[in-house]
Design a protein around this ligand. Structure first.
Ligand code: GLV
Ligand code: GLV
Length: 329
C-alpha cells in the first residue's frame, strides 16, 4: 500500500470487530470512532463526518448527496457490507467520491445462514424448540410437527452472484435440484437457468440473493407469491426492500405459500408488534447473515483496506463506482 502523504482524518461509524482492523487504520489515519452501539443519528453522522477525508460506514448509515455536500473533504466512503443500498452511489460518483464494499469475505457465512433458515423452516426448528420450553412436548406422535422434505426438492436461487452460488452448492450437497434466474447467464453457476416465472412456479424453496436497487425493490409482490407453489418456502437474506412485506404477510395468512424465513425486513429492527409477525409459518432472524467473529473481522479489514487505498490515491480493489475514479476529489 502506498504511504499516505499526510495523516488523513476518518470517521468510523461503529467500533470495528477484532483489534487488527482498527490498529491498521489507526497506524495510518487520525480516527474518530462513534462510541454508541446504535448507529449515529443523521445529525451526528453529519457533524462527525465534517472535516474528514474518509468515512467507514455500516449498512445502517445513510450516505447521500446532502451529506457529501456538507462534507466536501470526504473522498472515500468504505461501506462495511457487501450491499451498499445505504449509499447514494450516483450522488457519490457525481461528486467524485469513491465508494467501496466488502464482497467475497462473507459469501460462505451468509450462505450458511440462508441454508440454516431453509432447514429450520422446513423442519420447524423454532416451533419445536418453543414447544419444548413451553412444556408442550408430549409422548412421541406420528403426526406432530411434520415439516417439508429438503432432499429431492427444487431450490430456486434468484440472483446468481457469489452468495447465490454458495447457497446453490449447499442445495446440491443436500440432494436438491437447483434452478436459478438472473439477468445474465452465469456459466459456472451450479444449477440450471430458467426465467424467473418458471423458477417461482416450480421451486419448493425460493432463496433471494439480489442487491436492493430500483429494479429489485418489492419484486416479491402479490403476483410473485401467487406464482409460487402453495407448498413453497420463501427465504430472504438479501435486503428487506426486495419484498412487498404486506403482500408476504397476506400470502402467509391466506396460504398462498407455505412458509417464509427472513433475515432482513422493513424496517430493521422489526418491532415485535409489526403486522408481519402475526403471519403463520414465519421465521425471522435479526440480520445476522454475516455475523461470525471471523467474517466480521474480515469485512472490517477489507473496509479499512478500501478506505486506506482510496485515501492513498490507490484504486481500491472493491470500488463500487469505477466512474468516480476518473473524477475523484
Ligand atoms: C449485509 O447485509 C451486507 O450487505 O454485508
Ligand atoms: C455477494 O457477494 C454476491 O455477489 O452475492
Amino acid at each position: 500500500m502506498a504511504p499516505l502523504a499526510a495523516r488523513p482524518r476518518v470517521f468510523v461509524t461503529r467500533a470495528l470487530p477484532g483489534s487488527a482492523p482498527a490498529e491498521l487504520l489507526g497506524a495510518a489515519a487520525d480516527v474518530d470512532t462513534w462510541e454508541g452501539e446504535e448507529p449515529p443519528p443523521p445529525a451526528s453522522l453529519l457533524e462527525r463526518s465534517a472535516g474528514c477525508d474518509g468515512l467507514l460506514t455500516m449498512l445502517t448509515d445513510r450516505v447521500d448527496g446532502a451529506l457529501l455536500d456538507a462534507c466536501p473533504t470526504v473522498r472515500v466512503v468504505a461501506n462495511m457490507a457487501v450491499g451498499y443500498d445505504n449509499v447514494d452511489v450516483a450522488a457519490a460518483t457525481e461528486r467524485g467520491v469513491l465508494v467501496t464494499n466488502t464482497p467475497g469475505v462473507l459469501t460462505e457465512t451468509t450462505a450458511d445462514l440462508a441454508f440454516a433458515l431453509l432447514l429450520a423452516s422446513a423442519r420447524r426448528i423454532a416451533e419445536g424448540e418453543a414447544a419444548v420450553r413451553a412444556g408442550a412436548w408430549g409422548p412421541w406422535q406420528p403426526s406432530w410437527l411434520l415439516g417439508r422434505e429438503v432432499a429431492g426438492a427444487t431450490l430456486g436461487i434468484v440472483g446468481p452472484g457469489r452468495i447465490g452460488a454458495a447457497v446453490a452448492r449447499r442445495g446440491q450437497g443436500f440432494g436438491m435440484r437447483v434452478l436459478y434466474s438472473g439477468r445474465r447467464d452465469a456459466p459456472e453457476f451450479p444449477g440450471m437457468r430458467v426465467p424467473l416465472d418458471v423458477l417461482l412456479e416450480t421451486s419448493d424453496f425460493v432463496s433471494v440473493h439480489v442487491p436492493l436497487s430500483e429494479d429489485t425493490a418489492t419484486m416479491f409482490n402479490d403476483e410473485a407469491f401467487r406464482r409460487m407453489k402453495r407448498t413453497a418456502t420463501f427465504i430472504n437474506t438479501s435486503r428487506g426492500g426486495v419484498v412487498d412485506q404486506p403482500a408476504l404477510a397476506r400470502a402467509l395468512h391466506e396460504g398462498t405459500i407455505a412458509a417464509a424465513a427472513l433475515d432482513v425486513t422493513t424496517p430493521e429492527p422489526l418491532p415485535p408488534d409489526a403486522p408481519l409477525l402475526s403471519a403463520p409459518n414465519l421465521l425471522v432472524t435479526p440480520h445476522v447473515g454475516s455475523a461470525t467473529g471471523a467474517t466480521r473481522e474480515r469485512m472490517a479489514a477489507l473496509a479499512v483496506e478500501g478506505l486506506l487505498a482510496g485515501l492513498g490515491s490507490e484504486r481500491p480493489q472493491h470500488l463500487v463506482n469505477p466512474a468516480a475514479w476518473e473524477r475523484r476529489r
